[in-house]
Design a protein. Structure first.
Lengths: 282, 289, 374
C-alpha cells in the first residue's frame, strides 16, 4: 500500500487551486493593461478613422504615407538619428575609459565620483536638463543640436559605464596578465584581449543608449535650439491635438526600439554564455 | 620606470578625458544650479547673491507649497498603484509559472514596454481617455453612456493611471528579481512546519522580497516626481507637479533662481529617498543574516 | 652551475599589513626544475608573481642573468607563465592562443604558423589548432597553455599550480609529461604547488616555504631524509613525532617513550624532552625478540589498528607513549608468507639510529596549533 501511495504522489500533478487561478487572472490583466495602449497605437495607425475612436473603420496605409511624406517629421527623424549616433560616440569615448578606471584603479574620491557619474540616470532627467541649460547659458553657448548631443552624451554615458563596468567585474583579469606576460603592451592587451571580451557589453549598451536618446525628452526639452528631434516634434504635435499620423510614427518607433532592445539583450546574454565554460570548474 | 610611476601614468592616460568631461558637463552644471538657487531675481535676469529667499518663497507661498505636497502625494499614489499591479504579476511569474521558457517570455513581455517611447506611452492614454477617445466611444458604442464623458481625462486620476502604466516595469523588475532569489527550500520548510499558505507568504516571502519592493518604490517615486510630460498631457488644470514648475521657471517665467531652488529641492527629495531605501535595505539585510 | 635568477632580500607586504614574503633570498640555477612548496598563504604564489612582474616587491631585488628586473613590467621580461586554470584567451582558437606571443613580437605569418604547428605536435594535439578553449578538455587546455607559455622560448617558465584543475589520473600522467618536456626544452622551470607528492615527482630542487620565509631548500631526497625543521619533516610525507625523554645510557644516547627505548646517533648531545621523528616506512617489522644487528634498536608494541591502502598497510602500534607509533609496511610476498599481525598482537620493530631525528617540542606544538587553526 505504502509504495502505491508514494508512486501516486510522485506522478500526480498538483491540483491547480482557486488562489493560483486568481493570481494567474490578475497577472494576465496586468499584462493586458501593459499592452492595450500599445495595441491601440498599432491598430489605429492602420485605421482610416481620423479620430482615434471606436468603432474601427477601414484598413489603410494612409497615415504611413502621410507621415513619410511630411518633411518636418522626416527632418526630425534624421536629426534624432544624428543626435543618437553622436551621443553614442560620446558615451563610448567617455564611458569605456571611465568604466576601466573604476574597475582597475583606486583613487581618492572614487566613491563620490562613482555616485556622480550615475546621477544622470538616478535623478529626474529634468534636473540634468536645467543644470546644463544653466551652464551653457552662463558660458555663452547658444542652444543648438550640438548642445542636445552633449546633453544626451552626459545623460546616457552612465548606461555604458554601468554595463561595461559590470562586464569588467566578471572579466577574468588573468587573461590580461597572460597577455602582458606574452609581451603585449597595455594598449595591445586592451585591443587584442580586453576589447573582444567586453565587445557585446559595448554593443548592447550602445543600442540601449541610442534607443533612449531617440526617445529623450526631459534633457532635450531644455537644450534644444531650432532643430527638432523626433520626440520634440511629436511633443509639439500632440500638444495641439491628436493625429493618427503620430500613431503611424509611433508604431514604427515601437517596432524599431523593441528590435534594438531585443538584439542588445541577446548580445549581452550570448557573451555571458561564452565567457562561462572557458574557466574550468574549481 | 618605477611600477608606481607606470601605474600613475596608465591611470591618467585613461582618466584625464573622463575627468575633464564629467567635471565640465556634470559637476559644474549641478554646482551652478546650486549656486543660482541663492541668487536674486532682477529684471531681466538675475544677479549673483547669497540669500535663502527662493527657498523661503517655496515654503511661504502657498502656490508652491501646494505643488510640493501634490507632487509627493501623486508620486506616492503612483508608487502604490504600480506596486499593486506588479506584485501579483511578479509573484505569479516567480512561483507559479513552471516552464522556464514561458517564464522568461512573460517576464520579457512585462518589461519590454519600458523601451517603447515614453512619450508615446503617455500620449496613448490621451487618446484612450479623451472625450473623443477610445474609452468614451467604446462606452457609447455598447450603450452605457449616451454622451461623451469628460471625467476620464485631465485630472489627477488620469495622471496616476498614465504614470502607473509607464512605470510598472520599473516595479516588476526588482520585485521579480528578489522573489526569484528566495530559496524554494525556505518556503517548503515553512509549509512543512505547518504554516498555512498565507502565513508563509506573510512571514517568509513578503519580508524576503522587501529589498525588491523598496527598490521598486524608489524607482517609481523618483521617476514620477520628476515627470513633467504626463501632467501636461493628461493632467489638466490642477495637476502641476514640481517638475512642471521648474520647467516653467526656466521657460516662460524666466525666474532661474526660483527654478534652481525647486530643482535643488527635487534633487534632495530624490536623493533622500534613494538614501533612505538604501539604509532600510541594509537594516533588512542584517536582520535576515 | 650558473644561476639564472637571483632574489635578494625580497619582501612584500600587502594592504592591511599582511607580510606575504619576508626577506627571501634565493638563487635559481640555469636549467633546473625548482618547486616552491607550501600551504596556501605561505607566500609562494606572491614570490612567483614577483618573478613574473605581476607584483612588485616592497624591498629587495630580482636579478635575471645579472640584470636588475625588479621593477620591469611583465611584457619586458623574458619570463613566461603558465597560469593556474590556464587563463586561455576565450575568444581565440588554440592556434591563436599559442601564436599570440609571436604575433605581439612581430614574427611573420609563415614562421608563426610553422612554430605553432611544431608546438601543437610537441603537446600532442596536432590538428586541434582550430578549436576554441571551450571546445577542449581540461587536459587539452592545459597543454595549450603550456605551448603558449613556451612559444617565445622564455629564459624561465613559471608554473602556478599547473595541476590543480586536473583529476587525479590525469594529474599523474601530466606530472611525468611535464618533467619530460622540461628535460627536452632545457628551459628553467619554476613551479608553485601545495602538493608535496607532485613537488617530489617533478623537481630537481624543492624550496619549502612557510610564513613568507624559506624553511629549507634542497633535492627531494635531501628534504625527505634530512628535514632541517619539524615543519619540513611534517609537510613532506608521513611522519611520527613522538614526545620522548632523552638520556645517556652508558656510551649511548637513547630516547624513551612509554615502553620504547631507541638508540640515537652517538653525537646527539641532547637531553630532556624532545620530539622523536621517525618515518613510518623506516621502521621494520622483525621476528620477536630478535637482535636486528647493524646498530638498530628494537622495541615492541601492541597492534591497535590496521589500515589498508592497496599495496601498503599502516599499522598503529601502542607502545604506551603519548600517541601510537605508525608503521608503514609494503604488502609484499615476504609479508604474505610471514602473515599479517592482527589487532591485539604484540609485534617487534627495529629502527636504525640514522633514521631518527629530534626536534624541539615547543616548535612541534606551535606547528600543530597552526595546523589545527588552518
Amino acid at each position: 500500500m505504502a509504495t502505491v501511495t508514494l508512486h501516486d504522489a510522485g506522478t500526480r500533478k498538483k491540483p491547480i487551486d482557486a488562489g493560483t487561478t486568481g493570481l494567474g487572472v490578475a497577472a494576465l490583466c496586468v499584462l493586458a493593461f501593459l499592452y492595450t495602449p500599445i495595441a491601440t497605437l498599432i491598430v489605429f495607425s492602420f485605421n482610416s478613422n481620423s479620430i482615434t475612436r471606436l468603432p474601427l473603420e477601414d484598413f489603410t496605409f494612409d497615415w504611413y504615407t502621410r507621415a513619410l511624406g511630411n518633411p518636418d517629421l522626416m527632418t526630425a527623424v534624421w536629426n534624432s538619428v544624428f543626435v543618437g549616433v553622436s551621443a553614442v560616440m560620446i558615451c563610448l569615448a567617455i564611458g569605456i575609459p571611465t568604466a576601466l578606471a573604476l574597475d582597475r584603479h583606486d583613487f581618492p574620491g572614487k566613491t563620490v565620483f562613482r555616485r556622480l557619474v550615475i546621477l544622470p540616470i538616478t535623478l529626474p532627467g529634468l534636473i540634468t536638463g536645467v543644470s546644463m541649460l544653466t551652464f551653457f547659458r552662463s558660458v555663452g553657448v547658444d542652444l543648438s543640436i550640438w548642445t542636445v548631443i552633449i546633453g544626451h552624451g552626459t545623460a546616457l554615458t552612465a548606461i555604458v559605464v554601468t554595463n561595461v563596468f559590470a562586464r569588467l567585474q566578471r572579466f577574468d583579469r588573468r587573461i590580461e596578465e597572460a597577455s602582458a606576460d606574452l609581451g603585449a603592451r597595455p594598449w595591445q592587451t586592451f585591443r587584442h584581449v580586453t576589447l573582444p571580451n567586453i565587445r557585446s557589453a559595448i554593443i548592447g549598451s550602445s543600442l540601449i543608449s541610442f534607443t533612449l536618446s531617440f526617445d529623450e525628452i526631459p534633457v532635450t526639452f531644455f537644450l534644444t535650439g531650432r532643430d527638432n528631434t523626433l520626440p520634440m516634434y511629436i511633443w509639439s504635435v500632440i500638444r495641439r491635438g491628436i493625429t493618427p499620423e503620430i500613431n503611424a510614427v509611433g508604431t514604427i518607433i515601437v517596432i524599431v526600439s523593441i528590435t534594438l532592445i531585443l538584439i542588445s539583450v541577446f548580445m549581452m546574454h550570448r557573451e555571458n554564455d561564452r565567457a562561462g565554460p572557458v574557466r574550468p570548474a574549481r | 620606470m618605477k611600477p608606481r610611476t607606470r601605474r600613475l601614468l596608465n591611470f591618467w592616460s585613461l582618466f584625464t578625458g573622463p575627468a575633464l568631461w564629467w567635471g565640465t558637463v556634470l559637476l559644474v552644471p549641478y554646482l551652478m544650479m546650486l549656486a543660482i538657487s541663492f541668487y536674486t531675481r532682477q529684471f531681466p535676469f538675475h544677479v549673483p547673491d547669497f540669500q535663502f529667499g527662493n527657498y523661503v518663497t517655496l515654503i511661504a507661498d502657498s502656490q508652491y507649497f501646494t505643488v510640493l505636497l501634490r507632487s509627493l502625494w501623486i508620486a506616492l499614489a503612483v508608487s502604490v498603484t504600480t506596486f499593486c499591479l506588479s506584485y501579483p504579476l511578479a509573484y505569479f511569474l516567480a512561483f507559479k509559472v513552471r516552464s522556464n521558457r514561458l517564464r522568461l517570455f512573460l517576464y520579457t513581455a512585462a518589461i519590454v514596454p519600458l523601451w517603447v517611447s515614453y512619450l508615446l506611452r503617455a500620449y496613448t492614454w490621451k487618446t484612450i481617455l479623451g472625450s473623443e477617445g477610445i474609452l468614451n466611444s467604446f462606452l457609447m458604442w455598447i450603450g452605457i453612456i449616451s454622451e461623451p464623458s469628460t471625467i476620464f481625462l485631465y485630472n489627477q486620476g488620469a495622471m496616476v493611471v498614465t504614470m502607473a502604466y509607464i512605470f510598472t516595469p520599473f516595479m516588476v523588475m526588482p520585485i521579480y528579481a528578489s522573489l526569484e532569489k528566495i530559496p524554494r527550500s525556505l518556503i517548503e520548510a515553512s509549509k512543512d512546519l505547518g504554516a498555512p499558505r498565507f502565513t508563509t507568504f506573510r512571514k517568509i516571502t513578503l519580508p524576503l522580497s522587501m529589498p525588491g519592493v523598496l527598490a521598486g518604490f524608489t524607482f517609481t517615486f523618483g521617476l514620477s516626481i520628476g515627470d513633467f510630460i504626463s501632467p501636461i498631457l493628461v493632467g489638466g488644470p490642477y495637476s502641476n507637479m514640481i517638475a512642471n514648475v521648474v520647467a516653467t521657471q526656466f521657460g516662460m517665467a524666466m525666474n532661474w533662481p526660483l527654478g534652481s531652488a525647486l530643482g535643488v529641492v527635487l534633487l534632495v527629495i530624490v536623493l533622500g529617498i534613494i538614501t533612505a531605501s538604501d539604509k532600510l535595505e541594509r537594516i533588512g539585510r542584517i536582520n535576515l543574516g | 652551475m650558473t644561476s639564472i635568477l637571483e632574489l635578494h632580500h625580497l619582501s612584500k607586504i600587502f594592504r592591511g599589513g599582511v607580510v606575504a614574503v619576508d626577506d627571501l633570498s634565493l638563487d635559481i640555477r640555469e636549467g633546473e626544475f625548482l618547486t616552491m612548496l607550501g600551504p596556501s598563504g605561505c607566500g609562494k604564489t606572491t614570490t612567483l608573481r614577483m618573478i613574473g612582474g605581476f607584483e612588485y616587491p616592497d624591498a629587495g631585488s630580482v636579478m635575471l642573468d645579472g640584470r636588475d628586473i625588479t621593477n620591469d613590467p611583465p611584457y619586458s621580461r623574458p619570463v613566461n607563465m603558465m597560469f593556474q586554470d590556464f587563463a586561455l584567451f576565450p575568444h581565440m582558437t588554440a592556434e591563436e592562443n599559442i601564436g599570440y606571443g609571436l604575433k605581439i613580437a612581430g614574427v611573420g605569418k609563415t614562421p608563426t604558423a610553422e612554430r605553432v604547428r611544431a608546438m601543437l605536435d610537441m603537446i600532442e594535439l596536432p590538428g586541434m589548432g582550430a578549436r576554441f578553449p571551450s571546445e577542449l578538455s581540461v587536459g587539452q587546455q592545459q597543454r595549450v597553455a603550456l605551448a603558449r607559455a613556451l612559444v617565445n622560448n622564455p629564459r624561465i617558465l613559471l608554473l602556478d599550480e599547473p595541476m590543480s584543475a586536473l583529476d587525479a589520473k590525469l594529474k599523474e600522467s601530466m606530472q611525468v609529461e611535464l618533467r619530460h618536456i622540461h628535460d627536452r626544452v632545457g628551459i628553467t622551470f619554476v613551479m608553485v604547488t601545495h602538493d608535496q607528492t607532485e613537488a617530489m615527482i617533478m623537481s630537481d630542487r624543492i624550496m619549502v616555504m612557510h610564513a613568507g620565509r624559506i624553511e629549507q631548500i634542497g633535492t627531494p631526497t635531501d628534504l625527505y631524509d634530512h628535514p632541517r625543521t619539524a615543519y619540513v619533516a611534517e609537510f613532506l610525507g608521513a611522519s611520527n613525532m613522538i614526545p620522548a625523554t632523552i638520556r645517556r645510557d652508558g656510551g649511548d644516547v637513547v630516547a624513551c617513550a612509554g615502553s620504547m627505548t631507541v638508540r640515537l646517533d652517538r653525537n646527539t648531545g641532547d637531553s630532556g624532552t624532545r620530539s622523536l621523528f621517525m618515518r613510518p616506512e623506516k621502521i621494520r617489522l622483525v621476528p620477536r625478540e630478535s637482535e636486528a644487528g647493524d646498530g638498530s634498536s628494537t622495541f615492541s608494541g601492541t597492534v591497535k589498528e590496521l589500515f589498508f591502502s592497496g599495496n601498503m598497510v599502516r599499522i598503529d602500534l601502542d607502545v604506551g607513549a603519548e600517541r601510537p607509533v605508525i608503521v608503514h609496511r609494503q604488502l609484499d610476498t615476504e609479508l604474505a608468507a610471514a602473515g599479517l599481525p592482527g589487532v591485539g598482537d604484540i609485534v617487534t620493530c627495529a629502527v636504525n639510529p640514522e633514521a631518527l631525528k629530534l626536534f624541539d617540542t615547543a616548535e612541534v606544538a606551535a606547528m600543530k596549533a597552526e595546523e589545527a587553526a588552518a
